[in-house]
Write a protein that binds this ligand. Sequence first.
Ligand code: URP
Ligand code: ZN
Ligand code: ZN
Length: 463
Amino acid sequence: MYDLAICGGTAVLGDAVVRCDIGISGGRIAALAERIDEARQVIRADRLLVMPGGVDTHCHIEEPLPEGGYQEESWESASRSAFAGGTTSVVCHTTQEKGGTLLERHRSNRERASAGAMVDYGFHQIVADPSDAALAEIPALVADGIGSLKAFLTYDNVHLDDAAFLRVLQAAKRNGLMVHVHCENYDAINLAVSTLLANGCTAPKFHALSRPPVVEREATARAIALAELVGQPIHIFHVSCAEVAEEIARAQARGVAVKGETCPQYVTLTAEDMDRPGFEGAKFMCSPPPRGAADHAGVWSMLRRGVLDMITSDHCAFSFEGARGKAKNGRDAAFDVIPNGVPGLAARLPIVFSEGVSKGRIDLSTFVKLVAENPARIAGLYPRKGVIAVGSDADLVLWDAERPVTLTNALMQHAVDYTPYEGLEVVGWPAATIRRGEVVMQDDVVLARPGTGQWMPRGPQAR
Ligand code: URP
Ligand code: ZN
Ligand code: ZN
């Protein structure tokens, strides 16, 4: 007698797409069978796809802001948004301040998440100041289930020069961690920003001109070269176009352990969106910036080739109107003081499914690999997460592949007042989300309670 059975659906089991019932007990998948009759609760999934819950390993949730306070997207609101879009696990970030410790922030981050989260969660540890004291704290973080470090090669206050980045790579190697990298050239961006501002070019659209693809390509090539030198695997975050992914492909071809992710914004948005009138362009500002419409096909091609192996959201939500939002410095603020980032937790699976599967660019198994299995693997969460297999957590999304939906901000169920995908037509939408055997979203209604999300220790602990 199972606790729950999902019956009549078509399940995506790795490379196989098969009609199969799923028996769930104690929050885990207990059986995959042609027919399951004995369960305390049965959910019919006829005409629905059954896939692993989305695993989003690049999110920014309730992070501290430089001006004090926290991001508007709380653990509770982000969890609601995640479930609304079929995602059940997230990996976010713990920031280190220059001169600050790692462990203290890690502990307070865990406390905040444990109080509010409904999704299961983990963290990448950002290292902004790889002092001896900070690096000495890493073994304690690893013992607590941290599996990765994050390095920024740009942004004031967190960017690392080559010497500091090398120290992070070496520390990761000593501790058996993955390193995720934001690749853009800090000095080149600063030069472009000051030149643009000096010429009166302040509108949001100049954000794209201040960080063209070459700025991202150079930093990507450099990060790969330094990782190759140290012999440390790296993962390049938010690759915006094929020109950058080509650097990853060249390194992969010579045997370097480098992987890359992209995000829905790089297959849907464009630099022209940042030229929308009335300061609306600010809604589309993220780094790296969206490129041209012609670049979208290049990103899909890199995904099909496996050069890029996952699509995460880089969910980083700032409202448009709010006191901590995009227009916090006024609607005539220069682009360099507009907060960077776009919300995308709920939109990720629908956009990737619609643009990818419904439009024939990728098949169903590739979809699941991109949004669940590969993120879980690189985060050290597989096979607990990211797969429908006996023994795995029963994190599932029941998916209506035929349902047409026009994206609206209300459907995103996040805390902020806009979505950059407003009005986008998609085909394919989650009918229900199940987290560890519990229905947490049905027909767009989120049913979970804050504080029910679980900490996900990573690495060997995940098995
Ligand atoms: O613009 C972005 N991507 N904001 C979030 C922070 C980051 O760089 O990932
Ligand atoms: Zn980044
Ligand atoms: Zn990010």
